[in-house]
Design a protein around this ligand. Structure first.
Ligand code: KG4
Ligand code: ZN
Length: 350
């Protein structure tokens, strides 16, 4: 019999619901973005995000059920991303999931958002061979994992400062491109010369798998704006991005992207050198990046690895990955009780 799970995701600025069958077939995947609401601030404003989730959560769930051609009675469980994320945002999803599960007398399953990103490459795809190496590259995380199975993983490397997605978003702001910046920098980079500028690729030590993106970010800032006068927030610069023409911006974007992707791929290679894995699992918003996708694809061919790059619609925050991993928990006989709570921290990534 088909196991049908409703997933709910509200950890940041996407309100999402999805119905997934047997943990892999995505019957619906509804995502309401709030980008328009946060654009003016060039970043997510937590209070605005949670209010918008509240307004959107029920219509989004209704739409997910309708598109899956099912009703609440057709569900076997409710899964919800309950950590990590913005606490006020997570609370909306967790409250909705618990209320529905209570009313329908169904199991409720809390799912870790970071672990769910690593499950995204299994959606609409054949089963994965474990152990695997896991790479999560998003707006909040840049981490490498030893993955024993979909529910058990250990961090082996992480960023010591900015997440890579955060660096992309800041690069876009410096280049005056808009928000969210990652996809805009990626698109612009395609038209630029990636060797026009030499930006640093942080290397924290020959045997370390950690990342750092703050040096890259600062190098781009100084290259675009010139030397700062004064310190910290009070610093003024010689110029800003308005002094650049389109091709100069594209060269900055391409050179930034080359360094950022290089930092990731180098540590993935390093991790692979010291472990036997058959699969490389990748997830998070930055796994949509064109250069990262092509460099990882080359690496996987070279290393004979099964590379699981999620389809584009499952790279960014979505509820299908939540429903999918929730189904794995359900099948393992796990479930949560009514004390299930939202938390700003990840269990797997900390
Ligand atoms: O996974 P996600 O939707 O949210 C978090 O869990 O953080 O990731 C969002 C991040 C943003 O920083 C966004 O700019 C970045 O993913 N991103 C990209 C691309 N598409 C999204 N970064 C680089 N290239 C892209 N094509
Ligand atoms: Zn995410």
């Amino acid at each position: 019999m088909t196991v049908r799970v409703l997933g709910i995701e509200t950890s940041c600025d996407e309100t999402a619901a999805s119905v997934v069958e047997d943990g892999v077939r995505v019957a619906s995947n509804v995502i309401a973005t709030q980008h328009d609401l946060h654009e003016t601030y060039a970043g997510v404003v937590p209070e605005i995000a949670s209010r918008a989730h509240l307004e959107r959560i029920l219509p989004v769930i209704r739409q997910a059920l309708a598109e899956a051609d099912t009703t609440l009675d057709g569900l076997d469980a409710i899964a919800v991303g309950h950590r990590p994320g913005l606490i006020g945002s997570l609370l909306v999803g967790v409250s909705a999931a618990k209320a529905l599960a209570w009313a329908l007398d169904l199991p409720v399953l809390g799912v870790d958002h970071v672990a769910a990103h690593l499950y995204a490459g299994q959606l609409e795809s054949p089963p994965v061979a474990y152990p695997a190496l896991g790479l999560v590259v998003s707006g909040g995380h840049t981490s490498l994992f030893d993955v024993a199975d979909p529910l058990r993983m250990t961090v082996i490397g992480r960023t010591i400062d900015d997440a890579i997605g955060e660096a992309y978003d800041k690069a876009a702001t410096m280049l005056d491109l808009g928000y969210p910046g990652g996809p805009l920098v990626d698109a612009l980079a395609a038209t630029g010369n990636d060797r026009a500028h030499r930006f640093p690729v942080a290397n924290l030590g020959a045997d370390r798998l950690d990342f750092s993106f703050s040096g890259l970010k600062t190098s781009l800032l100084y290259a675009v704006r010139g030397q700062p006068r004064g310190r910290g927030a009070a610093a003024t610069f010689e110029r800003d991005a308005s002094a650049l023409d389109a091709s100069e911006k594209a060269d900055f974007a391409a050179s930034f992207q080359r360094a950022a992707v290089r930092a990731i791929v180098r540590n993935v290679r390093r991790a692979l050198d010291t472990r036997e894995v058959r699969t490389l699992l990748v997830g998070g918003g930055v796994s949509a990046n064109s250069r990262l996708r092509s460099e990882l694809t080359e690496l996987a061919v070279e290393a004979g690895l099964d590379l699981r790059l999620p389809r584009m619609e499952y790279c960014l925050d979505n509820a299908a990955m939540i429903a999918g991993l929730g189904t794995v928990r359900l099948r393992a006989g796990e479930r949560d009780d009514w004390s299930l709570a939202a938390s700003p921290n990840s269990l797997v990534a900390s």
